[in-house]
Design a protein around this ligand. Sequence first.
Ligand SMILES: NC(=O)c1ccc[n+]([C@@H]2O[C@H](COP(=O)([O-])OP(=O)(O)OC[C@H]3O[C@@H](n4cnc5c(N)ncnc54)[C@H](O)[C@@H]3O)[C@@H](O)[C@H]2O)c1
Length: 289
Amino acid sequence: MDVKTIGVIGAGTMGRGIAYVSALGGYETVLEDVRPQVLEEAMAWMRKAFEQGVERGKVSAEAAAQAIARVRTVGRVEEAADVDLVIEAAPEEMELKIELFGMFDKFTRAETILATNTSSLSISEMAAVTQRPERCVGMHFFNPVQKMRLIELVRAAGTSEETLAACREVGRRMGKEMVTVRESPGFITSRVNALIGNEAFTMLEAGIASAEDIDKALKLGLNHPMGPFELVDLVGLDVRLSILEYLHKTLGEKYRPSPLLRQYVKEGRLGRKVGRGVYDYRKEKKAEA
Ligand SMILES: NC(=O)c1ccc[n+]([C@@H]2O[C@H](COP(=O)([O-])OP(=O)(O)OC[C@H]3O[C@@H](n4cnc5c(N)ncnc54)[C@H](O)[C@@H]3O)[C@@H](O)[C@H]2O)c1
């Protein structure tokens, strides 16, 4: 199937980035969120990201202007339904995603592909509430979407080859590289990353090293581009905790979330998005643990 229009559901951290690469890839893009203010922020973010792209010579001024003109914002799923591909980027909660997949199945054309950007949840479970499991698939983007090169394409129990091929072409036009993975909790990247991040919290809690030194060790010694705490502050500690809780439930004890991570989430230290996570971004970056 030839995808020409894309509906992105949820305009938060990921949704707005997906809408950006979608518009830049030449797709008519409808961005939906239940909160009008988030949509305004997402559009302002996108305009700024395009400006920066032009300044850095990554995008021509003309391509940026054309791309931004391809994005439309709406406040209800029904209004984003007349598309060839839906990419869901709402919060990581199975009940919500199941409800949304039910709505997509009801409001979109029968041939529309339904993709989710879930980091870890079962796509087969979402597909089960639809009449088109062969058209349900995972498209796992990375944060920040406009910079990160990978999409994990996740094959759920019923996903067809045709659906995967259509998504590969979309990813290619968005300028991404792809890997295909059979559905399994956390896929490739979240599973490995959750374990590394959790171990870093366990070491921090045990007083083995400071947050700065753990980050520095992984960057300079293991060649990671970011330290595990810098990364979790970007991803969101709440997002990471819910991934670990799910991996713990499905894959076993080795994924039990560190008590320190739980404590930070309870304290509202959710990462950069609130100005404070492992590090405090309200002043200059500074570890508090
Ligand atoms: N943050 C990351 O680094 C990252 C990376 C890869 C994948 N993901 C996955 O992407 C998804 C979104 O994560 P995020 O970090 O962008 O979350 P976020 O909280 O930043 O954004 C979610 C958005 O969805 C909106 N929303 C809530 N209910 C909705 C509904 N019923 N309909 C439409 N919109 C609704 C919220 O208003 C919010 O703006 C999650 O499944 C997450 O696991 C996140």
